[in-house]
Design a protein around this ligand. Structure first.
Ligand SMILES: NC(=O)c1ccc[n+]([C@@H]2O[C@H](COP(=O)([O-])OP(=O)(O)OC[C@H]3O[C@@H](n4cnc5c(N)ncnc54)[C@H](O)[C@@H]3O)[C@@H](O)[C@H]2O)c1
Ligand SMILES: CC(C)[C@H](C(=O)O)[C@@H](O)C(=O)O
Ligand SMILES: [Mg+2]
Length: 360
């Protein structure tokens, strides 16, 4: 039976990197007879331009009906002045929330060929393989009350709320433990329990869930220390589980351990492993339209899609091996380039991965 994949390229470099990821997806689709059918639609700024809203109802309906969603990136200066409620980022937040994609997996893996591309010393990052499990549909991103109000003295005040219910914490903690169980059996829960009540409850519930996982070693860390430890000694971590905003920040930080934000893929999953797959980076307006963006994070997101939504492990591994082969060939986009390597553009990188797949 055919599987429906909704492709949402988005804005900025989104369409550029997506074009390459789709080439790779089409290639494995054929090579492994996966029966995928691709449909494309708009989200973010592109949807604002077309429909006046960042996520049209019909697009959301297509996403619900699809077996998986592949997304590029949204946002850009063109739409930054719009009312917050209809900005591109709202479309992304809405699709995550409406599809119930509470578990965001962001693996930071250093390809050995890129040890020189990281801004950290090779010995600090060599062999790095960590997984950040980010809660994606709760916390301060979605909590209310929120807004900008005028105080009695006439001054304006912006305010947000960071709520986490026991069930929200429990389900993301379980994902963290489940992931740790099949990896290095170490889970570090990152919070700010020394200051915030929501973190206090977070820690309490994570401790409670830990009882179900005696084989996994649990530790807790405050987020400020975690940010420091990630650059001091990142290999101490196996799986990290954290809230929506801390996970957003720590995953961008972790991306630099792997050489570039252009290398970090992600999977956003619901309770039944239905997923949306996207690179961790944004629409990179500073390099959009130049054909120089790194498409590997999106290509590796395709690999995550094959693994988590479709259990097509052979095809998923083939993509990762093809990426490794291309790096062996010393082909690099600008963000991961180092001395002695050949600098290539987005399209050449996508085509090199397709060629490496074909050669397998
Ligand atoms: N998931 C998403 O759709 C997503 C994620 C983050 C930011 N955004 C949006 O993207 C816009 C720009 O945000 P930003 O500049 O803070 O973050 P960004 O991730 O777009 O860019 C940060 C820096 O990383 C570089 N970069 C990012 N991806 C790259 C790639 N694939 N190859 C090479 N270099 C890459 C950019 O050129 C830029 O210098 C904003 O509108 C923001 O809201 C969207
Ligand atoms: C664009 C923005 C809403 C988004 C987030 O903060 O979740 C992005 O930074 C990400 O990491 O996917
Ligand atoms: Mg982010």
């Amino acid at each position: 039976m055919s599987k429906q994949i909704l492709v949402l390229p988005g804005d900025g470099i989104g369409p550029e990197i997506m074009a390459e990821a789709v080439k790779v997806l089409n290639r494995v689709n054929e090579q492994y007879s996966l029966g995928f059918e691709l449909t494309e639609d708009v989200i973010g700024g592109a949807a604002i331009d077309k429909h006046g809203v960042p996520l049209a109802d019909e697009t959301l309906a297509k996403a619900r009906a699809a077996d998986a969603v592949l997304l590029g990136a949204v946002g850009g200066p063109k739409w930054d002045k719009l009312d917050r409620a209809i900005r591109p980022e709202k479309g992304l937040l809405k699709i995550r929330s409406e599809l119930g994609l509470f578990a965001n997996l962001r693996p930071a893996i250093l390809y050995p060929q890129l040890a020189e591309a990281s801004t950290l010393k090779p010995e600090v990052v060599s062999g790095l393989d960590i997984l950040i499990v980010r809660e994606l549909t709760g916390g301060i991103y979605f909590g209310g009350p929120r807004g900008i109000r005028t105080l009695e003295n006439g001054e304006r005040e912006g305010y947000n709320t960071l709520p986490y219910s026991e069930s929200e914490i429990r389900r993301i903690a379980r994902v963290g433990f489940d992931m740790a169980r099949v990896r290095g059996k170490k889970l570090c829960s990152v919070d700010k329990a020394n200051v915030m009540e929501s973190s206090q409850l977070w820690r309490e519930i994570v401790e409670e869930v830990a009882q179900e996982y005696p084989d996994v070693e649990l530790s807790h860390m405050y987020v400020d220390n975690a940010a420091m430890q990630l650059v001091r000694a990142p290999k101490q971590f196996d799986v990290m589980v954290t809230d929506n905003m801390f996970g957003d920040i720590l995953s961008d930080e972790a991306s630099m351990l792997t050489g570039s934000i252009g290398m970090l893929p992600s999977a956003s999953l619901d309770a039944h492993n239905k997923g949306m797959y996207e690179p961790c980076h944004g629409s990179a307006p500073d390099i959009a339209g130049q054909g120089i963006a790194n498409p590997l994070a999106t290509i590796l997101s395709v690999s995550m899609m094959l693994r988590y939504s479709f259990n097509q492990l052979e095809a998923a591994n083939a993509i990762e091996q093809a990426v490794s082969k291309v790096l062996d060939q010393k082909l690099r986009t600008g963000d991961i380039w180092s001395e002695g390597c050949q600098k290539i553009g987005t399209r050449e990188m996508g085509e090199a991965v397709v060629a490496a797949l074909a050669a397998e």
